[in-house]
Design a protein around this ligand. Structure first.
Ligand code: F58
Length: 835
């Protein structure tokens, strides 16, 4: 069923090789000026950098457009099977620089902007992040669509166009304060509104049974919202293919109440519009917790319904029978948030298309696959049956049927095992009953995967244990995460990238990280090692600048940069990190000034957002800032220890921070971090990991060699026993941890009352994340890091060897595995189409 390539004999042949774009500087300049004058009504003599950015971005987008159209036209024409990556989150960040690099036009635009008095770097800084995601899961989706484009896979992302993305974080008096992210306030060059691609999405209403068929229903409701498409281009590097992310926005036309308007009630006339817009207004700011709000459920359904209608509309144009859908479309569910797509596809196939249940079920399960990203119980999505039944009565009925048929097959396989049926039922028998979305996604999919080897093993032994027994081992697979080398090396680390290009001989490593193994040949080349370190040093200076402008704190770029940047969550244990900083401060205070000066200088860098309703996480931010304030103001300490909390962590902030790290911390309690992806970015940029034996840390260690990574802490299989012990016994903090508690309790960092609940969670709350257990080995690991860092040569060797061995963690590798083992799709480069 793979598409055939058109040839010149195909009558309608079109020469796709003519998609080359002009690189002529004068032509580029003309197009920038054209946008300045025609799109933005300015003259080149009278513009600021914001306008220069917009005009340049619009001119770049024109160039992308040609390739974008050709890519889609070509894939349609050859009837390529596509993958659809359904994700409620795409954490894209900026696009301008990414597009310039992909098109190979960075120098040309730099010249054009220079001619009118601007520096390209400043212009790049004008762009606001598209922050349509919370953390790892959303950024993974963005890396995956990037890899699909770069590896020529016909694939689209589908998501929601939130009017307000991830909130902006301000730090006031040490506390996190949230401000709305009004990212669409200025024109967005990277989206194309598609008013012609709009679908109605129904809510509430009632069902009328079809007299002809027991499974068919007519769903009647007059609550109908319109979802309109916005397309976001995904520039492919080293290819002319351009990918697409289609984002849905709630449209507001049908809800205008003409009667109210005519009677003079203008406010009332648009009341419906306001309610409608709210659906795609905000991104829920939770990382690893499920919010459980009705509005969130409506968001999820709007997303799923519009996406399924769109995929089917595209499929119908092929004139193939519906039974061929799985040969033309593979749909990946990025966690459970898009799972309503399963009953939605069944509903369309059965109620609208008239297929039998069995036919519809076969098509559905062959089309969907599902990725799980967490085992934290609070993140498991469950929806109360009464809520689902009210908002989506037809889907509730379909879910009951899915469950009934599933339980019937299990009953046949394991007769009389009522306990098993209770455990695996999609409907949890709680009060009220709840729909377990992970089980629904699992039953509705042909493959289920975790995101790192340890995580995929854990889900097979825990949440999906019985499903493995029932549906067989082969359905449950691992797909270790990866990150895009375009953004996370070529774009964010220009100096190191230049070195890599020199070693490899060209830029081919950007799309093929295995080439970096050639670095090993240069390991004893003194000149090369020096330049390697100079690149790291320059990145550290750049970050020191960034810290100064964002926090006002001056740090020395010659100190060890020790970084923990990620969402603030108890399982990620930023609290353990700050306790160790407090202990370090105590130790330094015990020393004589002469002794102290001999100590390794260190800058401890934190950044990350707490979910707005997550009190403990917010208190951790306050503690970090309070500790930073005291230590940074202590003249005795000076540059020996500095602590900074960089506000408003984002993709763009990460692009400054990651290339500058010496050591980065990935210190989750073993078994709790499904994979982690920033760990991969740090090592790819020549940083070393201090981490637990968890998630992808383990595989990174396997690849780069255990000497290149500092592991500590208990192992995943030991966690349950420790937790059990701590449920009935007081934790026994070692002297170091006790010292940190004492310092807090003596009001060293302000009112101890503020932080007592954090200590209580350990001492009275069962220490669920095992800080007291891991603290001694954590302190030991810090010592090992310091010793290794003092041996500069050894450190540089670790840094180079690590980068040389990171090819496994390119998202290109992940995407190729998905394509071959889950989606059954092949690369379709536009330029190699039979010319
Ligand atoms: C993350 N999950 C995992 N969820 O925590 C991380 O280990 C993994 O590397 C990453 O996914 C990619 O696989 C995560 O980021 C969320 O943010 C969800 C957002 C929506 C609500 C529930 C949490």
């Amino acid at each position: 069923s793979q598409p055939k390539t058109p040839t010149r004999d195909d009558g309608e042949f079109r020469d796709y090789s003519h998609s080359e774009i002009s690189r002529d500087v004068a032509t580029i300049k003309n197009s920038v000026v054209m946008h300045l004058t025609a799109t933005f009504l300015r003259t080149p003599a009278n513009i600021d950098s914001g306008q220069a950015y917009l005009a340049s971005a619009f001119s770049v987008r024109d160039r992308l457009l040609q390739r974008w159209n050709l890519t889609n036209e070509y894939h349609d024409k050859i009837g390529a099977k596509r993958v659809y990556y359904m994700s409620l989150e795409f954490l894209i960040g900026r696009t301008f620089d990414n597009a310039l690099l992909a098109l190979g036009l960075r120098e040309e635009y730099s010249k054009v902007l220079g001619d009118v008095g601007f520096c390209l770097e400043d212009i790049i800084d004008e762009e606001r992040d598209a922050a349509l995601g919370n953390g790892g899961l959303g950024r993974l989706a963005a890396c995956y669509v990037d890899s699909m484009a770069c590896s020529n896979y016909p694939g689209w992302g589908y998501g929601l166009r939130y009017k307000y993305g991830m909130f902006q974080q301000q730090i006031l008096n040490g506390y996190q304060v949230e401000a709305p992210d009004c990212w669409l306030d200025s024109p967005n060059p990277w989206e194309f509104p598609r008013p012609d691609v709009t679908y109605p999405v129904k809510f509430y209403g009632h069902l009328v049974r079809d007299p002809q068929s027991e499974h068919r229903f007519k769903w009647e409701s007059n609550v109908v919202y319109d979802a309109m498409a916005f397309d976001v281009p995904v520039p492919g590097y080293g290819t002319t293919n351009v990918g697409n992310i289609r984002l849905w926005s709630c449209k507001t036309n049908t809800l205008f109440d003409l009667n109210k308007f005519n009677s003079g009630d203008y406010q009332g006339a648009t009341g419906g519009q306001v309610a409608a817009q709210i659906l795609t207004d905000v991104l829920y700011p939770n990382d690893n917790t499920s919010e459980g709000k009705e509005l969130r459920l409506r968001q999820e359904y709007l997303f799923c319904s519009a996406t399924m209608q769109d995929i089917l509309a595209r499929f119908r144009k092929t004139n193939r029978p519906l039974s061929d859908l799985p040969d033309m479309a593979a749909i990946q569910l990025n966690d459970t948030h898009p799972t309503l797509a399963v009953p939605e596809l069944l509903r369309i196939l059965i109620d609208d298309e008239g297929l039998s249940w069995d036919e519809a079920w076969e098509i559905t399960t062959r089309t969907f696959a599902f990725t799980n990203h967490t085992i934290l119980p609070e993140a498991m999505e469950k929806w109360p049956v009464p809520m689902l039944d009210k908002i989506l009565p037809r889907h509730m009925g379909i879910i009951y049927d899915i469950n009934l048929f599933f339980l019937q097959t299990v009953e046949k396989q394991f007769p009389g095992d009522r306990e098993l049926l209770r455990k695996i039922s999609i409907i949890e028998e709680s009060n009220p009953q709840q729909v377990r979305m992970a089980f629904l996604a699992c039953v509705g999919s042909h493959k289920v995967n975790g995101v790192a080897a340890i995580h995929s093993d854990i889900i097979k032994q825990t949440i999906f244990k019985d499903f493995v027994r029932i549906q067989g081992e082969a359905k449950f697979i691992n797909k270790t995460n990866g990150v895009s080398p375009r953004r996370w090396m070529n774009e964010c680390n220009p100096d190191m990238s230049a070195l890599l290009t020199e070693v490899v001989g060209d830029r081919s490593w950007v799309n093929d990280l295995t080439k970096l193994n050639q670095l090993e040949d240069r390991i004893s080349d003194a000149g090369f090692r020096e330049r390697w370190w100079a690149a790291k040093q320059k990145n550290k200076e750049r970050l020191a600048e960034y810290i100064l402008t964002t926090t006002g704190i001056k740090v020395s770029a010659h100190a060890l940069f020790d970084v923990q940047v990620k969402r603030i969550h108890e399982y990620k244990r930023q609290l353990m990190n700050i306790f160790s900083v407090i202990y370090r401060y105590y130790q330094l205070k015990q020393m004589s000034p002469e002794q102290r000066e001999q100590e390794l200088h260190r800058v401890v860098i934190f950044a990350g957002k707490a979910a707005s309703g997550y009190w403990v996480a917010k208190q951790v931010i306050k503690l970090i800032n309070s500790v930073a304030e005291v230590i940074n103001a202590d003249d005795e300490i000076g540059d020996v220890l500095k602590v900074v909390f960089i506000p408003d962590y984002s993709v763009t902030a990460a692009e400054y921070i990651i290339p500058a790290s010496d050591i980065s911390q990935h210190i989750s309690t073993a078994g709790t971090e499904a994979s982690g992806t920033s760990n991969m970015k740090f090592v790819l940029n020549g940083g070393i990991i201090l981490g637990t034996v968890d998630g992808a840390n383990i595989e990174i260690g396997e690849e780069v060699g255990e000497e290149q990574i500092f592991f500590f802490g208990c192992l995943a299989h030991e966690v349950e026993d420790f937790r059990h012990y701590l449920r009935f016994n007081q934790p026994k903090p070692d002297a170091a941890l006790q010292t940190a508690f004492d310092m807090i309790q003596r009001n060293t960092f302000g009112d101890a009352q503020l932080f007592q609940p954090l200590i209580d969670a350990i001492m009275r709350g069962g220490d669920v994340y095992l800080l007291s257990v891991d603290f001694p080995s954590y302190i030991q690991a810090h010592k090992a890091v310091e010793e290794a860092y003092r041996n500069h040569d050894e450190w540089v060797t670790k840094s180079i060897l690590s980068v040389a061995r990171m090819s496994k963690f390119s998202s290109d590798r992940s995407i190729q595995e998905y394509a071959e083992e889950v989606w059954n799709i092949e690369p379709q480069p536009v330029l190699n189409c039979g010319l």
